[in-house]
Design a binder for this molecule. Structure first.
Ligand SMILES: Cc1cc2nc3c(=O)[nH]c(=O)nc-3n(C[C@H](O)[C@H](O)[C@H](O)COP(=O)(O)OP(=O)(O)OC[C@H]3O[C@@H](n4cnc5c(N)ncnc54)[C@H](O)[C@@H]3O)c2cc1C
Length: 469
């Protein structure tokens, strides 16, 4: 049975329930021409790289204690900051106003707040100088000096006091989206192009191990990385597939490179006990929620989850911090993302805590094992796109930020098509939905055969999540 026969509207299978897939589904639904279903691997809820581990979420590794210290807190383990883009993205900005209850919008459920002044900082100086020659790095790592902590203009930066994972939940719930959760559409046989058979549209069958979800009139690939590459590799959508081929590296050349390039980032969360009445916030600043690390090559960001998330009422003696590695560090110590061996977890945890000591000018061994009450290390193997696809021509909201292959009825949306951020992903999904809903005859758009190139993304050139290189 075709999934579309349950409704007179053509059906769309959206593979990926991150911000891009959800915003695409929400906009398709709002515009009323299609009947979207989102398929997402998330075990408990959608969100992808914009997600939180909420209090008492059942741990993935069954061996892990459900009542471990970290399981008592909500933790943002990837995205931390929503930065409003200066130009454009007007719908996203409107949505942020609604979610934050700003500008007279009545919103009973506030899920976003502006970072208060002084709560976002840069951790700079010490003596580390990134521009020094490579050979000097080792020597510099040994040097220890008190850093300067300086406030960053956070006027356009938002956080979620309930955890950033409340954003995808809000999109899903406010729009009553149909989501098949904890479903992995296998890259080897999850989608099959079956062509136009009993409808006017091209048709795709969608299945996962042991379960068929039926036929859909269109497919949207709303994820990237190896999975998306393989998912499309055996379909006739060759042009679109060629852009999904991916490269993993901490760098792209300044001109952008030839392939989509993703970096990797380690995210380490620790519950840390005070020593002699002092904890990390005594060094970084009591009001600080996020710090961009600028004086240590292995790290890029630290965030005080207890300060940021309202329900995390802490024992006054304990603080919860999440620390992001640099991409270069993650590449060097990479392991199997889903199953990091214990030795690798211990090694990386130790090295990242040493990096934190150096960055904060703390004595070596100051953050010793005895102070770490609990920790969780996660590798984001396909973390942030370092380049984005730019089709050729005069670009505007209606013709860029997404791809569509009209002949085969397949499109893609995601952060790598516009900007490697939550606003970028949101906008990409929304633009694709608008394009699909604008008229029934869909021309190809954005595909490489029509011209275009990859350009270095903001993440690569220094902004993004704070110089993610
Ligand atoms: C460590 C880190 C920190 C970041 N910090 C920030 C920040 O502070 N601010 C900011 O704006 N951005 C930040 N980003 C980037 C931001 O999180 C992303 O740009 C955005 O969330 C991407 O959304 P997306 O929908 O394009 O992709 P994703 O979030 O990756 O969504 C894709 C979804 O598809 C699912 N999926 C994949 N394959 C399949 C399959 N075969 N079947 C079914 N489902 C599948 C995945 O599970 C996922 O849920 C950060 C990213 C990382 C990794």
């Amino acid at each position: 049975m075709s999934a579309s026969s349950a409704s007179s509207k053509p059906s769309v299978a959206i593979i990926g329930g991150g911000i891009a897939g959800l915003s695409c589904a929400a906009e398709l639904q709002r515009l009323g021409k299609y009947n979207p279903t989102v398929f997402d691997t998330g075990r408990i809820r959608p969100g992808g790289r914009c997600s939180s581990r909420f209090t008492k979420d059942e741990p993935k590794d069954k061996g892990r204690n459900r009542d471990s210290i970290l399981s008592r807190y909500t933790i943002d383990h990837a995205a931390q900051i929503i930065t409003l883009p200066r130009n454009g993205f007007e719908d996203f900005k409107k949505q942020v106003k609604i979610w934050s209850g700003e500008g007279g919008n009545e919103q009973s459920d506030i899920i976003l707040k502006k970072y208060p002044r002084g709560s976002v900082v840069e951790i700079v100086s010490g003596d580390f100088d990134r521009n020094k020659k490579k050979g000097d790095e080792k020597q510099q790592k040994k040097e220890k000096s008190t850093p300067t902590i300086r406030s960053v203009n956070s006027q356009y930066m938002y956080y979620s006091p309930k955890g950033i994972g409340s954003i995808p939940l809000a999109i899903a719930n406010e729009n009553n989206l149909k989501i098949e959760q904890d479903v992995w559409i296998s890259p080897s046989n999850g989608v099959k192009y079956i062509g136009s058979k009993d409808s006017n549209y091209p048709q795709w069958s969608v299945q996962t191990n042991g379960k068929r979800f039926g036929n859909f009139d269109m497919v949207i690939v709303a994820h990237n990385g190896k999975c998306a590459d393989r998912l499309m590799s055996r379909t006739p959508a060759k042009d679109l597939h060629s852009l999904l081929q991916v490269n993993f590296s901490p760098y792209v050349p300044q001109w952008g490179g030839k392939k989509m390039t993703l970096n990797s980032i380690y995210s380490l969360t620790v519950a840390i006990k005070s020593q002699d009445g002092q904890n990390l916030s005594d060094v970084v600043g009591k009001d600080v929620m996020v710090g961009f690390v600028k004086n240590e090559p292995d790290l890029r960001l630290v965030t005080n989850q207890g300060k940021k998330i309202q329900d995390n009422s802490l024992d006054h003696d304990v603080e919860i911090w999440t620390i992001f590695s640099s991409a270069k560090f993650a590449k060097k110590y990479k392991g199997p993302q889903e199953n990091l061996p214990n030795e690798r977890v211990e090694e990386v945890t130790k090295l990242m805590l040493e990096g934190l000591e150096r960055s904060l000018g703390l004595q070596e061994g100051r953050i010793h094992q005895g102070l770490i009450l609990d920790s969780k290390l996660q590798l984001w193997g396909a973390a942030v796109p370092l380049n984005v696809w730019n089709p050729s021509g005069d670009l505007n909201e209606s013709n860029s930020g997404f791809l569509f292959d009209g002949q085969h009825g397949v499109g893609t949306c995601g952060d790598w098509l516009l900007d490697p951020s939550i606003p970028g992903a949101y906008e990409s999904g929304r633009r694709l939905a608008r394009y699909m809903s604008s008229s029934w005859d869909k021309e190809d758009i954005g595909l490489p055969s029509l011209g275009g190139e990859f350009r270095q993304s903001r993440a690569a050139s220094g902004a993004g999540i704070g110089n993610v290189r």
